[in-house]
Design a binder for this molecule. Structure first.
Ligand SMILES: [Mg+2]
Length: 175
């Protein structure tokens, strides 16, 4: 787990900089997280499951099961798909997108904190997207872990080239 020291004062660069970078969720070490961390929230698509999938590897399932912190799902999936996945993953809570809020909006992360019964500063957000997971969670005051995407990107990510931009930003801020 690579820890990035905060080095930017410009709000945009500060907010796109994750606190930690890992190759996969199994590389997360809870002991290295800030002492205040009381719960951990995971993005779903391309973080715990391949995009749009409803099952994942035994390795990810075992990792989640053995975590010493409560596990929450923080996804932009709609309610039904989010709830089914969270139940399969045995998560303590699930926060999905609604017409009122979605990642990266602050209202979404406020809802996540309320669902988890924690202050934003006590939560760790893990996700594969800089502009939604990392940027939104940083702005809302969570600890952030950027994880390399699991599996193949969906068409809208490939088509827009957004992943290339995010990868370039990660390379910039992790230098
Ligand atoms: Mg994702």
């Amino acid at each position: 787990m690579k820890s990035l020291k905060p080095k930017y004062t410009l709000p945009f660069l500060r907010n796109i900089s994750p606190d930690y970078i890992v190759d996969s969720v199994q590389d997360i070490y809870i002991a290295e997280l800030p002492q205040r961390s009381e719960a951990i929230a995971f993005d779903a698509d391309s973080t715990l499951v391949e995009h749009g999938e409803s099952i994942t590897s035994d390795s990810v399932l075992n990792f989640l099961k053995n975590l010493p912190l409560p596990v929450h799902i923080a996804t932009n999936r709609i309610e039904q798909k989010a709830t089914e996945l969270a139940s399969y993953l045995r998560a303590d809570s699930v926060t999905f997108a609604t017409s009122q809020y979605r990642k990266p909006q602050k209202a979404y992360f406020d809802k996540l904190a309320s669902n988890a019964g924690r202050k934003p500063s006590e939560l760790v957000m893990v996700g594969d997207r800089i502009f939604t997971d990392v940027y939104g969670a940083n702005k809302a005051g969570l600890t952030t872990i950027y994880v390399k995407a699991l599996g193949r990107d969906p068409w809208f990510i490939r088509y827009t080239g957004i992943r290339y931009i995010e990868n370039a930003l990660v390379a910039l801020v992790s230098k």
